[in-house]
Design a protein. Structure first.
Lengths: 112, 116
């Protein structure tokens, strides 16, 4: 049963600390997405990669957020320094075709 | 400016009846539409999708209808079952970059409650 995995599932940190979230996409999927869910904004696209190359990161705050795909089995989203307004659930998703994307369980981040 | 709108934050339906969830969009470039279901503390799960070249797609109890002229789509669930109680998100993509899936724009979701 192929699925997207994310670590950690929960993270509590203090303002100013670095946060790194990891995602393992489904094997064979060529596109990996990062989304963020907040009460106010709902689910919003932050960035995505195709064949490990960044395709669009226009939804991501550039000054503190960075996303990378060191290899085909790992995507990372880093926040440095973190701020309380970054508190949200961060979802990774992967896909191969237009018809669907498969989401991971999310990383629930709380920045104090 | 919300490009995908789900105007009903919640909907209550009796078990066995039809559930109809609605979604409106404003961006004419959208050419693919998807519905996701989400339980608490889990990621969204894909339900059903439709391309803009079609006006209906059916999969078991789930049917999605697309009205391009009205920029409106709806998800019909019949018959509704208790396990259908969840938050349902409408999503859209467009201006395909080609070669794979594209980023989605989501509505804020509708919480569907199926009453026994």
């Amino acid at each position: 049963d192929a699925r997207v995995t994310q670590t950690p599932r929960h993270k509590v940190t203090e303002m100013g600390q670095e946060v790194t979230m990891r995602c393992q996409p489904i094997l064979g999927h060529n596109t990996v997405f990062w989304y963020r869910q907040t009460m106010m904004q709902g689910l919003e696209l932050l960035a995505y990669f195709r064949n490990r190359a960044p395709l669009d990161d226009s939804g991501m705050p550039k000054d503190r957020f960075s996303a990378e795909m060191p290899d085909a089995t790992l995507a990372t989203l880093k926040i440095q320094p973190s701020e309380p307004r970054d508190s949200a659930v961060y979802f990774c998703a992967s896909g191969l075709r237009q018809e669907t994307q498969y989401f991971g369980p999310g990383t629930r981040l709380l920045v104090l | 400016d919300q490009q995908v709108k789900q105007n009903s934050p919640s909907l209550s339906v009796q078990e066995g009846r039809i559930s109809i969830l609605n979604c409106d969009y404003t961006n004419s470039m959208f050419d693919y539409f998807l519905w996701y279901k989400k339980y608490p503390a889990e990621g969204p799960t894909f339900l059903i999708s439709i391309s803009s070249i079609k006006d209906k797609n059916e999969d078991g109890r789930f049917t999605v209808f697309l009205n391009k002229s009205a920029k409106h789509l709806s998800l019909h669930i019949v018959p509704s079952q208790p396990g259908d109680s969840a938050v349902y998100f409408c999503a859209a993509s467009g201006g395909s970059t080609g070669g794979g899936a594209d980023g989605l724009t989501f509505g804020k979701g509708t919480h569907l409650i199926i009453q026994p």
